[in-house]
Design a protein around this ligand. Structure first.
Ligand SMILES: [Zn+2]
Length: 414
């Protein structure tokens, strides 16, 4: 039989001190276990995991990779991401989603790095992809996909190549009368530019993908191709660089655009990280163009490839302040999208969740020491308090139900 919490004032006091975000608090007794409940707020389904087994493998791997990124980059934000608490006076919180098998941490700092943190990157790029595909769906005219890169030598540093590429694009290609005229002639009113890096036989291979939004429904594709190619060729020549047909691509079919948008920023795609592929089985993860993506380099480094570790460090150092995706001014409005920063995206809560448990500083230290942050989320998402406590005990972590109680689903929601 369950009892209402109002019969137990002192326990209610205890619970309210655990989380500042509580709105209501109830304590009920169920099978002789003290169960405490409250409506806590929301988490994002993307904070976490998902419903299928493979997703759990993915999140566990992301946490392991994040730990490895931390080893390679001790002075970067990723080293404290989902490790350090925001409020040192409060415990680490673990939330469980109400409708789906999801779980997430609360009161922990996040680094918001799309370049070096596999956990933050997956969350940010996932949201950006949803936004991107909504924008594409909303657009009434034509969309074209332009891919730009340049010829480079295998011994050139990433910094040298990216500098040349961005200079060729931002300072030259999109400047001047000629570019404005091309845009006007083809009704192109905005663009979305993304920067991607892969590593292959020719060293680092940075490239730009640019979605061009035209108000026209009919476009003389051949002429547009010719004029953009010439413009890119001249832009590179003016900075002492060269292109060729391989370093320039213009796609215009709906299928090509849809495929690009669906795969954009995916760090677990089949061509990149194969989510059905067990970690540690194969260090070879290839990008769409046959090279390694940065997170594939990280994974390979984790599996023992020191050269790939050094390359990841070089990449991290240089990409730190670069922007991954940029909408041209006014385009978001034209596409009916809201302006959102990466920080806002990271903090967005879209799924109802309740506080499942809290972890003391000491317990959290043990969880970090055993590198089981992902595994714990999996246990919380799929199990009840008893299976979670049993799981923690396997690592010698004591978690006293009587001491902390937990927030019970259903009892507590308004
Ligand atoms: Zn992070």
């Amino acid at each position: 039989m369950k009892q209402d919490y109002t019969t137990n004032e002192s326990k209610t006091q205890n619970v309210t001190s655990l989380s500042k975000s509580d709105k209501t608090v109830k304590v009920v007794t169920q099978n002789n276990i003290v169960v405490r409940g409250s409506e806590i707020g929301q988490i994002s389904p993307l904070d976490n995991i998902g419903k299928l087994g493979t997703f759990y493998e993915t999140i566990i791997r992301r946490f392991s990779l994040q730990s490895h990124s931390r080893e390679l980059l001790p002075h970067f934000g990723v080293s404290g991401c989902l490790r350090l608490r925001i409020d040192k006076n409060n415990p680490v919180e673990v939330y469980k989603a109400i409708k789906f098998n999801n779980a997430a941490y609360g009161n922990l700092q996040t680094c918001k790095s799309v370049w070096v943190c596999p956990v933050c990157a997956s969350k940010i790029t996932e949201r950006r992809r949803i936004e991107l595909s909504q924008g594409v769906k909303n657009w009434q005219g034509r969309i074209l996909l332009l891919t730009l890169t340049l010829q480079h030598k295998s011994n050139e540093s990433l910094e040298t190549i990216v500098t040349a590429l961005t200079k060729g694009y931002s300072k030259t290609f999109v400047k001047g009368e000629n570019y404005t005229k091309i845009m006007r002639d083809f009704g192109i009113v905005g663009n979305i530019r993304t920067l991607e890096i892969t590593y292959g036989d020719n060293g680092f291979h940075p490239h730009l993908h640019i979605l061009l939004f035209s108000e026209r429904n009919q476009i003389d594709y051949k002429t547009l191709h010719k004029r953009l190619y010439e413009k890119w060729e001249h832009s590179l020549q003016s900075i002492g660089r060269y292109t060729n047909q391989k370093a320039f691509d213009l796609q215009f079919s709906n299928e090509a655009i849809a495929s690009y948008v669906t795969k954009w920023g995916e760090i677990d795609s089949n061509n990149n990280w194969d989510i059905s592929h067990e970690m540690a089985k194969s260090p070879v993860k290839v990008a769409r163009n046959g090279g390694y993506t940065p997170f594939a380099l990280l994974e390979s480094s984790m599996l023992g490839n020191e050269i790939h570790g050094k390359l990841f460090q070089e990449y991290a150092k240089y990409m730190k302040r670069k922007q991954q995706l940029r909408y041209s001014e006014g385009l978001k409005e034209l596409l009916g999208l809201l302006e959102k920063s990466d920080e806002e995206i990271c903090n967005e809560k879209i799924e109802q969740a309740y506080l499942f448990m809290v972890l003391s500083r000491e317990q959290w230290k043990q969880i970090l020491g055993n590198d089981i942050r992902g595994e714990l989320l999996q246990q919380v998402a799929n199990g009840d308090i008893e299976t979670v406590v049993t799981f923690l005990m396997r690592f010698g972590i004591d978690w006293d139900i009587e001491q902390f109680g937990y927030y019970n689903e259903g009892e507590n929601l308004t």
